[in-house]
Design a binder for this molecule. Structure first.
Ligand code: ZN
Length: 353
């Protein structure tokens, strides 16, 4: 087997969504024994050196498949899906939080749910996958923030106030290409309260699906570093999901970071879903981010188990190809280690403690 070090800590994956879509009785065995579907399961994580990451609780919009199909056109502006009902979002989110806890238990020590940066470090040092619970879109939380403390008690340590749809807290950025992120209004009053409450609880705030107005609202209100867990560089791929130079400078100035998203639609200059995208395109984003942010503020946020990714990686077992690509750019061992995990560990220490 190829050398699986340094381990990667990854800013975003959707394995909870992938497993949740299976019958409840099949979820844990699919994870622990591996089902070979999607990009992630425990055997493939361990084989590829997937050392840990943010595991997203995400409530899918019904019928988003059709909208997703629009994204194969050369230019597109996907209409945002309608808001979710809170009781539905709460029920699904609880199931996913409980699923993550059950996955850690069923792994018999090979995956741990981690509550702080020291826990992440210890898990990775012990060869266990370090899972941090993330919520992508806060529809499970009531506008008066009822529910936030309960999810924090279950282990929630990272939260994106919105996914790409309207919510009580603000509007997410719709999927548009080519387009900048300045689409729609910023955070609502409950959205601003949510940011303050996350600061108090030391829940990391993720700006990845915010529109530009919402991004600047978070930057004004939050005391914490600005973190985009899975976004890329708008100058290289003009997707509404990517970050402008001004946003990148704000991230730099707060000692935040960006996790490079493997989704080819956010990597390629033509915005297309195309698995034949070479890793050099992904590395160009790493390079551009290091120029804007410095080498301490860049990592990865794969979007595994959701996105169309370069076939050179394929799934978690293919992380070795990414290590080789980093070395191929002439990055030394110290820089490769920072990009793979060190920068995430430092950012987690600054945000969740
Ligand atoms: Zn996402």
């Amino acid at each position: 087997m190829a050398d699986a070090t340094p381990l990667f800590f990854d800013g975003h994956n959707d394995i909870l969504l992938r497993l949740w879509r299976k019958p409840a009785s099949a979820r844990l065995s699919a994870f622990v024994e591996g089902d070979g579907e999607g990009h992630l399961d425990l055997p493939r994580m361990l084989a590829g050196g997937f050392g840990g990451g943010l595991f997203a609780i995400f409530v899918p919009s019904p019928d988003f498949g059709e909208a997703d199909a629009l994204m194969t056109a050369p230019r597109y502006a996907v209409p945002p899906p309608p808001p979710l009902a809170r009781d539905h979002a709460l029920a699904v989110s609880r199931e996913m939080a409980e699923l993550l806890i059950a996955m850690a238990e069923a792994s018999e020590g090979r995956m741990r749910l981690c509550l702080d940066a020291a826990g992440v470090r210890a898990a990775m040092a012990a060869g266990a996958v370090a899972a941090v619970m993330h919520m992508e879109g806060a529809e499970a939380i009531a506008p008066d923030l009822d529910g936030l403390a309960a999810f924090h008690a279950l282990g929630l340590r990272s939260l994106g106030p919105v996914w790409s749809r309207p919510t009580a807290f603000g509007d997410g950025v719709p999927f548009c290409f080519p387009s900048g992120p300045d689409i729609g209004p910023g955070l609502t009053a409950p959205g601003r309260d949510l940011v303050r409450a996350c600061n108090e609880l030391r829940i990391m705030l993720d700006v990845s699906h915010l529109n530009e107005a919402g991004f600047w609202d978070v930057s004004k209100i939050s005391h914490a570093p600005l973190v985009a867990t899975h976004s890329n560089v708008a100058a290289l791929c003009p997707s509404s999901r990517n970050l402008t130079e001004r946003q990148l400078h704000a991230i730099r100035d707060t000692e935040g970071m960006v996790g490079v998203n493997f989704a080819t639609s956010f990597l390629r200059a033509d915005g297309q879903k195309n698995p034949e995208t070479p890793l050099s395109v992904l590395l160009d984003h790493v390079e551009a981010l290091m120029e804007e942010l410095g080498e301490d503020r860049v990592g990865f946020g794969s979007d595994f188990d959701c996105a169309t990714i370069p076939q050179a990686i394929g799934d978690a077992r293919g992380l070795g190809a990414l290590r080789d690509a980093l070395r191929g750019r002439g990055y030394g061992a110290a820089l490769t280690e920072k990009l793979a995990q060190g920068n995430w560990l430092a950012t987690l220490a600054r945000t969740i403690g």
